[in-house]
Design a protein around this ligand. Sequence first.
Ligand code: DC
Length: 233
Amino acid sequence: MSTDAPVADATDRLVIAIDGPSGSGKSSTSRGVAARLGLRYLDTGAMYRAVTWWMLDHGVDVSDAAAVAAHAEEPVVESGTDPLAPTISVDGVDVSVEIRGEAVNGAVSPVSAVPEVRARMLELQRAAAAEGGIVVEGRDIGSVVLPDAPVKVYLTADPEARAARRALEEGGSDVAATQASLLQRDAIDSTRATSPLVMADGAAHLDTTAHTLDEVIDQVVALARSVAAGEGP
Ligand code: DC
């Protein structure tokens, strides 16, 4: 049997938390791991982006935390969890493309720093993970959302490598500008009062700078299989 085939064992019910800054390879790694292990996939960054898009679309001043908090209960965010075709909608509108644009890039960190927004997303994220069998990626998954996840991974990479990857994903945008915007988001995400980006207790730290995507996926899959087999991390 190929080692790539989804396996019908404890791996099926695993919860894998993958955290790290933008461009660390989180999304590609998380999707790849979920596809290899036959698990669902939840992109929590896309959820914060969808809320941010909604705030901008409704004319909410995103620099005013009280205004954002006042509307935090309103957007209805739904995530499709197929790792090969993840979807994200808000109030029934597919916003997969819109949430990757400059307007959302520039506003998502302040919106996601608002505690009322985080509380709402936390509830949705825990509900999605409740039945197990899922890879959840974000900033605070192993530390706050799913602290009991049996597999926790913290991905990092040098800022230059992260910016180069993000610029490529964004269709060849300017690497220096991408790096500046990414470092600015890192600073806000790491220093906010509620659930800042930190490495969770018990997380395996993987620096992806010098590794291909397949190598990183292999490492996480091996870790997940050893945990599912009861061998521990
Ligand atoms: O992973 P991403 O770049 O799509 O995330 C967008 C923003 O969402 C990021 O700047 C911080 C925020 N975020 C968060 O605060 N908590 C998460 N679990 C995921 C993302």
